[in-house]
Structure formats: structure tokens, C-alpha cells
Design a protein around this ligand. Sequence first.
Ligand code: FAD
Ligand code: UDP
Length: 378
Amino acid sequence: MFNLAAKPFDYLIVGAGFAGAVLAERLAAGSGKRVLLVDRRPHIGGNAYDYYNDAGILVHRYGPHIFHTNAERIWKYLSRFTTWRPYEHRVLANINSKLLPIPINLTTINTLYKLNLSSEGMQVFLAQRAEEPETIRTAKDVVLAAVGRDLYEKFFEGYTRKQWGVDPSKLDKSVTARIPTRTNTDDRYFGDTYQAMPKCGYTRLFENMLDHPNIKVMVNTDYREIVKSFRHDRLIYTGPVDEFFDYRFGRLPYRSLSFRHVTLDRPQFQPTAVVNYPSTDVPYTRITEYKYLTGQTHDQTSISYETPCDEGDPYYPVPNPENAVLYKKYETLAAKTPGVWFAGRLATYRYYNMDQVVAQSLALYSQLSELDGSLAQD
Ligand code: FAD
Ligand code: UDP
């Protein structure tokens, strides 16, 4: 049993998402440190949290999370805490009530325009339509340069406006550059070497990761409530960086989402795990049907509608030049704040996938081990 009064903690870690949990696990299991991990939500797992709903269906509270990476090291590291269910993600976009593969591929083009193009034919088709802006700077430029205006308007313009609350021309190119264009019939959403779902879910993965005698977890706890009560040598913070500094330079925009979870009395709702709705006729961007992700069999099915909004929990840093300048100020201040380290999507204001957050946290662990003059234990 952990005796809280006995000894101060080496680390207070704020946030039990991937960033906080990986650091807690490494510092405790790799370096023998005593860690207090706190989260203000009522659960561990951060945005990757999943749970069995009242119907007994495993769902993701904060929207669909599919694990994918090209990094063997990250795959191997996480495989210590879970076995995997092989899963390749497929998404359809609802374009005028027709369901078409996204990322745009040969099937998308042939079905949408009633053509029978080969791969080479599709390359010529796109080359004839692609627009070449002088420089490719924005999320709009990237798509126009790849597929031209009609496909941009059908698949990207409305979705991006809904998702981010601004026009694609006001966002960095990195946002839409996440989505490839394929001239073959590969209809997988991700092309990574490793793609899978944790066999028993993400929350179980986190439980396994944090199951160590040197880690004490407190949920329902804002760190500000306890920071003075529990002595600690170092602080690792994975929440929003502007909040940490009491918005000293102003608020960093984070886009939020509202989820409507619904369970239906039928075994299936839609033909793939996710259907995207680029049209601005509906407020939501996508509907997810969770049984596809988990492989669960059940007479009922659970889905969620995802509607982006400004207010609410912060989910996405908003990548654009203005926000990069503001973040830089916080980053400089963070680097000068003694005894505190920042990690994760919110604290380093980066539109990171789960594997990138794990990689960043492992890198921070190495840095901290070096400070102690010890080797990071893999
Ligand atoms: P988070 O998971 O946000 O964890 C931060 C934690 O800090 C939160 O739990 C918060 O409650 C806590 N916290 C903040 N402030 C305080 C405080 N003051 N006191 C105590 N606790 C605090 N990535 C993929 O790889 N594949 C996907 O398919 C995918 N899908 C996604 C879908 C959606 C809708 C979203 C929003 C993200 C998706 N991601 C996906 C990205 C993924 O969620 C993130 O990369 C990852 O979860 C970030 O982990 P994190 O630890 O940095 O942050
Ligand atoms: N996007 C789009 N239409 C789509 C899918 C994606 O316009 O059907 C754009 C949108 O701007 C989105 C970005 O591409 O925010 C990245 O998409 P991704 O699916 O990677 O977003 P995430 O899963 O992170 O929400």
C-alpha cells in the first residue's frame, strides 16, 4: 500500500492521457521514481478513454481512436500493456447521399463521376483539374493542388469549416495534408505499417500501464487543488499550456467537440466504422459506429455524432501562423519555468496522434533520465 505521508513524490504528473501515463510508467518502472498522477476528469486515459455503456457496448467517450504508427519502437512499447485486434480503418464520405471512399481514391473518382479510369487515367484526370497556387501554405492550397476545386468543395471545404470554425485558407497546410490522395483502390484511412485496436480497449491498456506500486493515481482532481498538499520534486504538465500560465499572453484557441452518443435497437447502422458528412446542411462532421472498431458482437449498436464547437473541453490545437506565434511565447516561458516539464497535445500545442504523443513522452523521459545522470530504461 502506498503511504502518502511517508515520503514526498519525485514527480507530480498532471493529466492521465497518453502523455502523462507513459511518463508515469517509465519514471516508475524504468527509474524507480515515486509518481503522483492526477486528472481532473473522473477517469484515466485522457481522450482515448473507452468504457462499456449501459447496453454493454464498448464505446469511446471522446470519439473514435484508432491506433496507427510506422514506429516499431512505439508499437513494441505499447504492446507490453495490451494485445491487439488487427484493424484497418475505412471511412466513407456522404456526398449528396452517396457514400464514397475518403481518402479520395480511384473508386471515389470512378463512382462520383461515373467513369472507368485506370490509375494512369486518374493521374491525368487530377492533373487536368489540379490548381497550382504560387506557394502551398494553407489547408486549402494543399487540396486544390492535389485534386482541384470540385473535389475540394465536395469533400474538404464544408468539413473543414465545420471542424475548425474557419475557412481552410486560414489553416496550415498540415491540417489537410494528413489526408492522402490515392490513384489506386486502397481504401484504408491510414497507410501505416502498424494499425490495430487494443484488444480489451484503451482504458484496460492504461490500467495495465499504471499498475505499479510506485504510481498513485487520483482522478476527479484538478492539480491546483492538491499541488501544495503533496510534496514533489518535479512537475510534468500535460494540460493546456495557456491555462497553466493563467492565460498571461491571452488564450490559445483549442477547438472543442460535442458528442451525442446513441444506442439503437438494431445490430448495424452504417456500412463502415465512420461516415463523414462534409456538407454544411448538417452540423456534425462524422458518425462513428463503435462495434466496427472493437469487433464486438451485440444485438444493438452504439453510434456517436461529433459536432465541433468553440466552448468545452479543449481537443484540438488550431494550427495557423497566428497561433504559432502566440504558442511560441508560452513555449519560451515554459522552457524558463524551473522544475516543470510540458508534454502532450495540449501542453505543447501540437496536432499529434497518439503514437506521436507516446514518442514525445519517451523522449522527455530520456531527457529527465539524463538530468539525473542515469540511463533511460526502455
Ligand atoms: P489528453 O488525452 O487530452 O490528456 C490530457 C489530460 O490532462 C486530460 O485527461 C485532462 O483532463 C487532464 N488535465 C488537463 N488539465 C488538468 C488539470 N488542471 N488538472 C488535472 N488534470 C488536467 N489519435 C490517433 O492516433 N488516432 C486516432 O484515431 C485519433 N482520433 C482522435 C479523435 C478525436 C475526436 C480526438 C479529439 C483526438 C484523436 N486522436 C487520435 C488524438 C489523441 O486523442 C491524442 O493524440 C492523445 O489522446 C493525446 O494525449 P495527451 O495525453 O497529450 O492529451
Ligand atoms: N478533412 C476533410 N474532409 C474529410 C476528412 C478530413 O475536410 O472527409 C480535413 C479536415 O480539415 C480535418 C483534416 O482533414 O480536420 C484532418 O482529418 P483527420 O481525419 O485526420 O482529422 P481527426 O481525425 O484528427 O479529427
